[in-house]
Design a protein around this ligand. Sequence first.
Ligand code: NAD
Length: 435
Amino acid sequence: MNDSLFQDAKQQLNDAAKYVSISDDTIERLKEPKSRLIVSIPVRMDNGELKVFKGYRVRYDDTRGPTKGGIRFHPNVSIDEVDSLAFWMTFKCAVLKLPFGGAKGGITVDPKKLTRFELDRLSRGYINAIADFIGPDVDIPAPDMYTNPMIMGWMMDQYSIIQRKIVPAVITGKPVSMGGSLGRKTATAMGVFFVMQSLIPKFTKSGKKITVAIQGFGNVGSNLADLLYQAGYQVMAVSDETGGIYSAMGLDIPYIKGFKESTRDLKEVYAKGSVRELMGYEHISNDDLLKLDVDVLVPAALENQITCENAADIRAKVIVEAANGPITREAEKVLEQRGIPVVPDILANAGGVTVSYFEWVQNRMGHYWSEEKIHGLLKEKMTEETRMMWDIATSKNIPMRTAAYVHALNRIEQAVNARGTKVYYTGVDKKGEDV
Ligand code: NAD
């Protein structure tokens, strides 16, 4: 993991601050997380051995409401990564006008090496360790990479055992039978899809099939591939951690998705098969996939995939960040010089947290909405905030990422100012002049 991921992330704030009138108070508040918790999680393994795992939970900013953000299980999880992801969540919630601040959590672990019992004990152990730090009005976790509805269900169950009452609103992305929302599983992909439907026609020629390459074939990548395929896009390549497959004619996504699903030995835990095991498609590396000559490139796996090493070779007309932080700051400068626009993560992949918000609302009401209603509300929100971001980008002539940060900062600033400003308390403005 790049040590400077969090420093890079904070530079995005500085870039945006140049284009918005913002108080020093807001910038000061957003420089560091509100709180960081680092925990040790002892887990009894199936062979009797005791292993201790390292876990994190960072609450970045709660000016706009309780903090919200996913939990990641991955060998590369570090405090630097969790800080960055919590920072991005703060802006993501503000871009979508959700009444939340940002947070993130994770455990440094390769979950695919654990048995189901070990995974269950690890998930519950994490909640035992962070229970005083979370809650429906404080901080509400959700799934992220290599966590899923079943794990969220175990976690909600454990929190409820600790509280001695059922607390569904403490965590989102739960199984529907445990208070989860219809539509949550596909929400992030669907959000990316709505953003693409609004923006892609601005960057591509009409009248021909739009070609797409997707890196990562997990929850976000596979569901997005499916939605795009159904809508008539031509998905040329997809990949997972072992590499990718390509077809000049476009891939048969329902077949590939079906194969990946069929290799899941326990529903809702990890798929064992790789897309590379499919016959009849050309094998390509993840790096080759990024450099394909397609209309749209969608990174949907990890951070730091497009770097100085490969940015000059990217041939896509536009990049849509379904993953969080897939492009380094230096690489983005190269893309900007080359005129390749980037639809930023804090807007593009915000569909997940938006439906998580709907789940939290439904848990608190005790009344549940239909999938049709959820899709309608999600479409409305993603389309409206995309339009607002685009208006800022075009009126100020700035990249879409900067525009999304400007949009978010305006909302965070309002919440900071509502608590009192320097002018309110001293009668003196930023420049030291009496007002
Ligand atoms: P997932 O665990 O379901 O899938 C991850 C996918 O990435 C898998 O197909 C895996 O094989 C692949 N992968 C892992 N390492 C790779 C590598 N080095 N090269 C290529 N592929 C690799 O995770 P997900 O939920 O789909 O999340 C993917 C991204 O989307 C992450 O950046 C996550 O933070 C972001 N995101 C997810 C959600 C959500 O609701 N799930 C919401 C917002 C953002």
